[in-house]
Design a protein around this ligand. Sequence first.
Ligand code: DON
Length: 306
Amino acid sequence: MDEVSIADVLAEVAVLVKPHFGKGQPADYIPQLARVPRSKFGMAVRTVSGQEAVIGDADEGFSVQSITKVFSLGLALNRFGDEVWTRVGKEPSGTPFNHLSQLEAEEGVPRNPFINAGAMAISDLLLDSVRDPAALVRGFASFLADEQVEIDETVAASELATAHQNRAIAHLMRGKGTISHDPEAVVAAYCRQCALTMSCRQLARAMLPLAAGGFSPLVQETIFPERLTRRLNALLLTCGIYDSVGSFAYRVGLPAKSGVGGGIVAVVPGKATIAVWSPELDRFGTSVVGTVALERFSQLTNCSVL
Ligand code: DON
């Protein structure tokens, strides 16, 4: 992938996605997210060798939501190692990201760290060592992006005010003993973390260690051990897109994480990271246009890992 050809591919992708606007709905259960214009589209690619290409609204910040679960999981694994796996599983859930009855049936142990229950279990674990896990995640994302990124407190408050399902999940886990902190504090930390604002360019930069064996070519530091990096990518490939992860792998063929702000980050191990943003979502909470964009990019560059 050279710089000129990546820019050409992005220009082609931007044309190919056009017929797919208007097919999804922006997240409206977080009132503040429903206000974002549906026509937004940005995409950024960053290679491990330092090339970068962007198109559209790639420098506009948006609410990255569940994409932050990659940062918090990475932090937790670096800090607590395999203890993480005593709190959450590593299996795809086959259920929506905020599902409740599977969690109850499975004694409050979340299937994986990317569904809401799993991410809140990670917030609970981080609360063992820091007072403000959202600030920790923000700091980590800023370090990785090599640029200060911020939490949108309006989005955080908007989600917290309507976070009834997440409260149910946190209280269920507290009742079952799988989290140990006050469920209200866990939900608050989780909602603030999700309200991180980043652009496609910043996301592509921040996720680069996942494409580079754990090393950040940007900040010139090892972020994750190589084996852990492979494992994070395995979790992304199998659990990163919730209950549509199979069809996403079929179409795109890359480890990836979605967020209800309409962002998707994908990893091409050994080569590059790709971030895309378009707010209209399918019924699984994944960007419709973002998925098409990644599918086309993967086809045009033949970069599927499968
Ligand atoms: O907890 C929630 O519902 C949101 N803060 C995050 C969900 C999300 O991004 C799911 N991803 N597609």
